[in-house]
Design a protein around this ligand. Structure first.
Ligand SMILES: Nc1nc2c(c(=O)[nH]1)N[C@H]1C(S)=C(S)[C@@H](COP(=O)(O)OP(=O)(O)OC[C@H]3O[C@@H](n4cnc5c(=O)[nH]c(N)nc54)[C@H](O)[C@@H]3O)O[C@H]1N2
Ligand SMILES: Nc1nc2c(c(=O)[nH]1)N[C@H]1C(S)=C(S)[C@@H](COP(=O)(O)OP(=O)(O)OC[C@H]3O[C@@H](n4cnc5c(=O)[nH]c(N)nc54)[C@H](O)[C@@H]3O)O[C@H]1N2
Ligand code: SF4
Ligand SMILES: [Mo]
Length: 571
C-alpha cells in the first residue's frame, strides 16, 4: 500500500508500506525516488505513548475524552503543533470553536508574509523546477538535512550558499558567503545596488510585470555601501563574485528559515524577492525563489472556523483554565522555555495529545495517545513540491485515538473522513502522468501573473531595524537550526551547544550563557564551521529555547528565535 510521510518537511515522501509495516520510499515517485530519511527509516523504533494517563495513572480513552469534554466548557486555549501535517489533523478545530486558538507560527510565517506582500501567493519551487536551472543559490537553507530530496536536482549545477554556518552543501559549493546572521536584508540591498550599477536590471520585466521599482531603487541607492558591507559582513568583492556567477544564467534561489528568524523577517524575504525580481528572474523556466510554500493554496479548508485568537509565539498559557495541546511540544519548541513552563504550571489543567512522551507531556495533567499516520485516513499537501499525497489508513490499532474520532466523541457533527478528504481533493486537484498534483501549481510559477491586487510584483521600499550598533557587535548569535536525525523534537535529539574554535574551549566543557534576562548552563562541542560571532543549538535540544526571546515578528505572528544575542558569563 502507498501512503505519504506525515512529517513537517519539504519532501512529502511517498511511502510503500510492506509486510510488518516496513516503510520504503516509492521508487517511481518523481521526488521520493525510492529513498526515505532517518526519521521514516527508523519510525517504528521510537517508543510511542500507549495509554492515556491522568496525573501519571493509566485511564481509559473514554474517561480521557470525558475529561476533555467537561474541562473545555471553561476558559480554553487550543494549541496545535506541526507533528503531523495531514489535513485531517485540523478537524479538531471544529471541536474548539468557542476556545481561544493559538494562531501564528513557530516556523516560516514572517518570511511568508513578506513573500505575499510582493507576489500575492507563495508558490512551491520544487526539485523538478530546480533541475532546469544553471545556478542554485541556497540562502539560509540546509537541504542536506531538511530537504534531502532536493539534492539530486543540485547535481551538476553551479552552487552558491549564503549561510553563516558552513553547511555540507557550503563545503562543496562554488561560492560560500558567510553572511552575518541577521545581515541578509543588507546583503540583498548590496546586491541590488551593485546590480543596478552594473546595469543588470531587466527593464522589460520591470516595466511590464512590476510596480514600485523607482521607489525601490531610490531606497537602495540611499544606503551607503560601507554600511551595507558592514551590516551584511559581505564585501563588495564577494558580492561582485556572486553577481558575476549568476549573470545571464537561469537561477533558482532556495531560501530557508534561516534568513527570517528576526523581527523584520517579512522584509528580509521581500528584499530577496525584490533583488530577484529586479533581475527579471521570476516567471521564467529554471528561475525563481522557493521558500516554504503555501501547500494549501487553492484547496478548500473545511475546518477553518472563526474563533478568538492569540499569537502563538507569545501566548501566556497561565491565563487559561484549560489548555489543549495537540501534535506539538511547546515546552521544547516555543521560544522562551522558562515563560512557557511558568504559564503551563499556572494553568489549571493541561492536556497533551500526541505520539511520543516529551517535555510537554511530562508537564501535562492528562496525556492522550494519538494514532500514527498509518492508523488513520488523511491527505498531505506539500510545501516543497506540487505532488499531493494520499494517506490512507493502512492498519488497525488498539492504541490511541485519531483526531477525527476524538472530535466525534466530543459531540461534533461531522461528515465522514472520506467525504472531507474528497472535498479537499476535488477542490483543487489535477493529474500529471497519473499522479495527483495541485491544480494551482504552475509549470513556471508566476509566468503570467503575480497574485497581488495589481497582478504585478510589488517592490518594497522601507523597513525598520531595531538593532543598535552595540547589539550587533556584542555577544553571540544563537543559531537555531535543524538536525539530520530529529524532526524538531521528534526522534533522536542532540544536546550540545556548538561553539566556534576561536573560544579555545574543550569539548564537554560547561559554560553559562546569559541573554540579559535568563541564564543557562550548556555542554559545549567545538565546531569549525561556525563564524566567530555564532553558537548553534539544534532544534529539539532540551535547552534550545532557554534563551530565545519571548517576542514575535513585526508581521506574520512568527517566533523570532535569533533576535537576541547571548554573552558567556562563566566558562
Ligand atoms: N532533518 C530535519 N528536516 C527538517 C526539520 C528537522 O527538524 N529535521 N524541520 C522541518 C521544518 S519544521 C522546517 S520549517 C524546515 C526548515 O528547513 P531549513 O530552512 O533548511 O532549516 P534551518 O535549519 O532552520 O535553517 C537553515 C539554515 O539557515 C542558516 N541560518 C541561520 N541564521 C541565518 C541568517 O541570519 N542568514 C542566513 N543566510 N542563514 C542563516 C542556518 O545556519 C541553517 O544552515 O525543515 C524541515 N525539515
Ligand atoms: N530553538 C528552536 N526552536 C524551534 C525551531 C528551531 O529550529 N529551533 N524550529 C521551529 C519550527 S520551524 C517548528 S515547525 C516548530 C515545531 O514545533 P512542534 O510543532 O512542537 O514540533 P515537534 O517538536 O516535532 O512536536 C511534534 C509533536 O507532535 C506529535 N505527533 C506526531 N504525530 C502526531 C499525530 O499524528 N497526532 C498527534 N496528535 N500528535 C502527533 C509528536 O509526538 C510530537 O510531540 O518548532 C519551532 N521551534
Ligand atoms: S521527513 Fe522528509 S525526507 Fe524524511 S521521509 Fe518524511 S518527507 Fe521524506
Ligand atoms: Mo517548521
Amino acid at each position: 500500500m502507498i501512503t505519504t510521510c506525515p512529517l513537517d518537511c519539504f519532501d512529502g515522501c511517498s511511502i510503500e508500506v510492506g509486510e510488518n509495516l516496513e516503510l520504503k520510499g516509492e521508487k517511481s515517485h518523481p521526488i521520493t525516488q525510492g529513498y526515505l530519511c532517518h526519521h521514516m527509516n527508523n519510525f517504528h523504533k521510537f517508543a510511542r505513548i500507549e495509554k492515556p494517563t491522568l496525573h501519571g495513572k493509566e485511564i481509559s480513552i473514554d474517561k480521557a475524552v470525558g475529561i476533555v469534554k467537561e474541562k473545555m466548557q471553561g476558559n480554553t486555549l487550543y494549541f496545535k503543533g506541526s507533528g503531523n501535517l495531514g489535513v485531517m489533523q485540523s478537524v479538531t478545530k471544529l471541536a474548539f470553536k468557542d476556545a481561544t486558538v493559538a494562531d501564528g507560527s513557530l516556523c516560516a510565517d514572517a518570511g511568508s508574509y513578506g513573500i505575499k506582500e510582493g507576489r500575492g501567493v507563495d508558490l512551491a519551487w520544487g526539485p523538478l523546477h530546480v533541475q532546469n536551472s544553471d545556478v542554485v543559490v541556497i540562502w539560509g537553507r540546509n537541504p542536506s538535512y531538511t530537504n534531502s530530496h532536493m539534492l539530486p536536482a543540485l547535481k551538476g549545477k553551479t552552487i552558491i550558499v549564503i549561510d553563516p554556518y558552513k553547511t555540507d552543501v557550503a563545503k562543496k559549493a562554488d561560492l560560500h558567503i558567510s553572511v552575518k546572521p541577521r545581515g541578509d536584508i543588507y546583503l540583498a540591498l548590496l546586491l541590488s545596488r551593485m546590480a543596478y550599477m552594473g546595469q543588470m536590471e531587466d527593464e522589460e520585466f520591470i516595466e511590464k510585470r512590476c510596480e514600485n521599482f523607482d521607489y525601490f531603487i531610490d531606497f537602495v541607492n540611499s544606503k551607503p555601501m560601507v554600511m551595507l558591507e558592514d551590516r551584511s559582513g559581505v564585501s563588495m568583492l564577494e558580492a561582485d563574485k556572486l553577481l558575476d556567477t549568476i549573470k545571464g544564467k537561469k537561477v533558482s534561489f532556495l531560501v530557508g528559515l534561516g534568513v527570517q528568524k528576526y523581527s523584520f523577517g517579512h522584509s528580509v524575504l521581500r528584499s530577496i524577492d525584490s533583488f530577484v525580481a529586479m533581475l527579471g528572474l521570476f516567471g521564467k523556466e529554471g528561475c525563481g525563489v522557493g521558500y516554504i510554500a503555501q501547500g494549501s493554496f487553492g484547496f478548500d479548508a473545511p475546518f477553518k472556523v472563526k474563533t478568538k485568537t492569540v499569537p502563538k509565539p507569545i501566548v501566556d498559557f497561565g491565563v487559561y483554565d484549560f489548555v489543549f495541546i495537540q501534535g506539538g511540544n511547546p515546552v521544547n519548541q516555543m521560544p522562551c522555555t522558562p515563560k512557557v513552563k511558568e504559564g503551563l504550571s499556572k494553568s489549571n489543567f493541561v492536556v497533551y495529545f500526541g505520539l511520543h512522551e516529551n517535555e510537554t507531556s511530562r508537564l501535562a495533567d492528562l496525556v492522550i495517545p494519538a494514532k500514527t499516520f498509518l492508523e488513520k485516513d488523511d491527505l498531505k499537501l506539500s510545501y516543497g513540491h506540487e505532488y499531493i499525497g494520499d494517506m490512507p489508513k493502512v492498519v488497525d490499532s488498539d492504541i490511541g485515538i485519531s483526531e477525527y474520532e476524538l472530535c466525534r466523541r466530543l459531540g461534533v457533527e461531522l461528515k465522514s473522513e472520506k467525504e472531507y478528504i474528497e472535498q479537499i481533493k476535488n477542490s483543487n486537484l489535477a493529474f500529471r502522468n497519473g499522479r495527483a498534483i495541485s491544480k494551482t501549481f504552475e509549470v513556471v510559477p508566476y509566468e503570467n501573473e503575480f497574485y497581488t491586487d495589481s497582478g504585478k510584483f510589488e517592490f518594497f521600499d522601507d523597513f525598520d531595524d531595531d538593532f543598535t550598533e552595540e547589539d550587533i557587535d556584542e555577544g553571540f548569535y544563537l543559531i537555531a537550526a535543524k538536525q539530520n536525525k530529529s524532526l524538531n523534537s521528534q526522534f533522536k535529539t542532540d544536546q550540545y551547544l556548538y561553539v566556534p574554535t576561536s573560544l579555545n574551549l574543550k569539548d564537554d566543557d560547561k559554560i553559562t550563557l546569559s541573554n540579559g534576562i535568563y541564564e543557562c548552563v550548556y555542554m559545549v562541542k567545538n565546531d569549525e564551521n561556525l563564524r566567530d560571532d555564532c553558537m548553534l543549538l539544534y532544534s529539539g535540544n532540551i535547552k534550545a529555547n532557554m534563551l530565545t526571546p519571548h517576542a514575535m515578528s513585526e508581521e506574520g505572528k512568527a517566533a523570532i528565535y535569533q533576535e537576541i544575542k547571548c554573552k558567556i558569563i562563566s566558562s
